[in-house]
Design a protein around this ligand. Structure first.
Ligand code: TYD
Length: 225
């Protein structure tokens, strides 16, 4: 799908990428961006929390400063609102592929699962933040697809052991990440058509192959890329 002619409505594609810290999503997102670009598609590659100057400031606070789970939830949703309105919605309106490293499922997994914060409050915030004028009050903006890089917390912890200085989440114990995984699993069970679960406990080339196959199956990439 290339950006459409002026007479038709552009069809943007919104994909989010999720998984616990250490699941290895970053390199695959970059690779996917290249595959889309090789087929002539304009890509907006972005991340949460972050993706705008304001949201990146909020990211630094969320990853660096101690705070209670409600404050944390409000900050990630505030960052998301700014990101959605100023970057994601305009890119989708131009017909681009938006590849977003984490979105709202991360909030349900980390703040809801990991921190044990109230899911009903998160659901309310999701409804406020993801209602956008482009959807004319009909539904919430959600990714067309969410790729979940699934990895056991013990394996992720071993991978992270050699990584750079951990942030407030990366320094959490394995039990926290077990709760995060349960949070992702609950979201995937509730909206199975939106999720593609990829086994991240494989050599990187095989993970890429699985990911690529999924995009080909959906008709979003040609076999050749
Ligand atoms: P991450 O996406 O893993 O970036 P990096 O690869 O640079 O470490 O880090 C973002 C962290 O923020 C991650 O630990 C999950 C956390 N997070 C939340 O707790 N809630 C959210 O809503 C989002 C988007 C991220």
């Amino acid at each position: 799908m290339s950006p459409s002619s002026p007479s038709s409505t552009p069809t943007g594609l919104f994909v989010s990428f999720e998984g616990i810290d250490g699941a290895g999503k970053s390199t695959h997102i970059a690779h996917l961006a290249e595959a889309f670009q090789a087929q002539g598609r304009v890509v907006t590659q972005t991340r949460e929390p972050g993706g705008t100057p304001l949201a990146e400031k909020l990211r630094a606070m969320v990853l660096g400063d101690a705070m209670d789970p409600l404050t944390e939830s409000l900050l990630v949703f505030a960052a998301r609102r700014d990101h959605l309105i100023t970057v994601i919605e305009p890119a989708l309106a131009r017909g681009e592929a938006v590849l977003c490293d984490r979105f709202t499922d991360a909030t349900f997994a980390y703040q809801g699962g990991g921190r044990g914060f109230d899911l009903a409050v998160l659901t309310t915030l999701e409804q406020w933040v993801q209602a956008t004028p482009a959807l004319q009050g009909q539904a919430l903006r959600q990714p067309d697809l969410t790729v979940w890089f699934d990895l056991a917390p013990e394996i992720a912890a071993a991978r992270l052991a050699d990584a750079r200085a951990p942030d407030r989440f990366e320094s959490q114990p394995v039990a926290f990440f077990q709760a995060v995984v349960a949070g992702y699993a609950a979201r995937a069970t509730a909206q199975p058509e939106r999720f593609a679960k990829i086994n991240a406990d494989q050599p990187r080339e095989q993970v890429w192959q699985d990911l690529h196959d999924h995009f080909v199956q959906r008709g979003w990439l040609n076999k050749s890329t």
